[in-house]
Write a protein that binds this ligand. Structure first.
Ligand code: SF4
Ligand code: SF4
Ligand code: FES
Length: 480
């Protein structure tokens, strides 16, 4: 470690760090566009310039993102020279930038907008017309590019070269005719991590088609959650409408809809990235729901179905339970505590890879497409589900069970959150809540436990599995 001084404040840094890294680590603000802690340093935006005091009076300026720290060095981040330079750089960067903020999805989260107001605020001094470039360029099926907004920081290009390794993006032409473009062989479409460039883009040049013009970000709030798309369990933020901005006209379904999903940085699990499946959680969570309890396919009240399930549990001689690998640690523990002694229990794989889905890679994606297999196996072991000839009751919790495998004559209790034709085949069907309606934790394949919070209220006709298991346990207690 060594000591340097930033704006007169003593700061400790590792020998191989840069001034920008030392400043960020110590909460000192230096603006940056092209620098990113997980990417290489191109030093092309020049906004991070700082002044270094020289004892002999010859102060010099250079970019902080590529300036190694040195023992005793004295750095100024807000001197007259630095302020003048920032203003000049913002004039240059904004020379051809359109004033699109009123319609730009990045407004409210845009580094360029923020820095302009913080460090410049000046009108353009240019009298020349802005150079026009492509708007709504289809970079992939998921992303559109506005080249007029692009400040050529190259973060997106470097991401595909250094992180996702698809090498799918590059920059064509030179000077103010430069354009970010995708390689024309479809590999950016095939890059399962492509949407990370949307977050990386410091301005509103890279736009998600699924989020395009959907909401201003200040109408949304982010709820911390966990992606259930595979056993990595990436931590994410699920964005949805703030209660104070709820719609009563237009389309009120937007009040309980997922607007977008972004990574929740987590050095122990996913770093700052997620894959595109994690972006598309609305496709998982917003499938048609099962919201009606049933007895042999006939709709009934939740309380009547719960009572019927209790009777089946009490009457069974050889009951088997297939517990869900999408159950939270809390739900799994409740099942174990209240019903574990009554059922021979096996962990079920609720989801298997979809056709064409990436199975596994060396960045994040894991082969098991369930979020809590590790948590479930910790409590119930890893034996494959097995029935005996005399199995007389099967409790199926979650999706993915093949009803053709049911032992002949066995009664069934099914707990599921989504609408499936097989739900009506159960003797008792109990609709249950989904992850966005409750709190809980998942344990990922490496044993890391991550929490998720509720985004939306649960409907009254739908059961909370944790409470349901307590209620079903009354049947077990009656037998004791
Ligand atoms: S599109 Fe965005 S991330 Fe890519 S070079 Fe332009 S400004 Fe940077
Ligand atoms: S790697 Fe797995 S857990 Fe992470 S975002 Fe993708 S599907 Fe979700
Ligand atoms: S952040 Fe240093 S040059 Fe861009």
């Amino acid at each position: 470690m060594l000591e340097l001084f930033i704006d007169g404040k003593p700061v400790r840094a590792e020998k191989n760090e840069t001034v920008l890294q030392a400043a960020v680590a110590n909460g000192i603000s230096i603006p940056y566009f092209c620098w990113h802690p997980r990417l290489s340093v191109p030093g092309n935006c020049r906004i991070c310039l700082v002044e270094v005091e020289d004892e002999k009076g010859g102060n010099w300026t250079d970019i902080a993102c590529n300036m190694p720290v040195a023992e005793g060095m004295r750095v100024l981040t807000d001197s007259d020279a630095v302020r003048a330079h920032r203003k000049a750089m913002l004039q240059l960067i904004l020379l051809n930038h359109p004033v699109d903020c009123g319609i730009c999805d990045k407004a409210g989260e845009c580094a360029l907008q923020d820095y302009h107001y913080e460090y410049s605020g000046l009108r353009s001094v240019s009298r020349d017309a802005k150079v026009r470039a492509t708007k709504f360029h289809p970079l992939s099926e998921r992303i559109v590019l506005d080249n007029e907004r692009c400040i050529l920081c190259s973060r997106c290009v470097r991401f595909t070269h250094e992180i996702s390794k698809s090498h799918a993006l590059g920059i064509q032409e030179r000077g103010d005719h430069s354009l970010v473009r995708a390689v024309e062989d479809g590999r950016f479409d095939a890059d399962p991590y492509s949407d990370n460039v949307i977050d990386l883009c410091p301005v509103g040049a890279l736009l998600s088609r699924s989020f395009l013009y959907k909401a201003r970000v200040w109408y949304l709030q982010a709820t911390p959650s966990v992606c259930p798309g595979c056993e990595r369990g990436c931590t994410v933020q699920i964005w949805h409408r703030k209660p104070e901005w709820h719609l009563s006209a237009l389309d009120p379904r937007q009040n309980t809809a997922i607007a977008r999903v972004t990574p929740l940085e987590n050095p122990n699990v996913n770093g700052p990235w997620i894959c595109n499946k994690g972006r598309d959680l609305a496709r998982i969570f917003e499938r048609p729901r099962a919201e009606q309890a049933m007895l042999t396919g006939v709709p009934t009240e939740l309380s009547a179905a719960t009572a019927a399930a209790r009777r089946l549990v009490a009457a069974a001689k050889r009951p088997v339970a297939l517990v869900s690998s999408w159950g939270s640690n809390e739900e799994l523990a409740a099942f174990k505590a209240h019903l574990g002694g009554r059922f021979a229990s096996f962990v079920k794989q609720d989801c298997r890879p979809a056709p064409g889905e990436p199975l596994e890679d060396d960045l994040l994606i894991r082969p098991d497409k369930n979020p809590n297999t590790a948590g479930a196996r910790k409590l119930f072991g890893d034996a494959a589900p097995a029935f005996r000839n005399d199995t007389d009751l099967v409790l199926v919790w979650g999706e993915g069970f093949d009803f053709a495998r049911l032992p002949r004559g066995a009664k069934t209790i099914v707990l599921d959150a989504y609408a499936h034709p097989d739900n009506a085949r159960a003797d008792v069907f109990l609709p249950v809540s989904i992850q966005t309606e409750r709190q809980g934790h998942y344990t990922n394949f490496a044993g890391v436990v991550s929490a998720f919070e509720p985004c939306f209220p649960k409907r009254a006709s739908v059961a909370d599995a944790e409470r349901l298991f307590v209620s079903l346990a009354a049947a077990v207690e009656a037998l004791a």
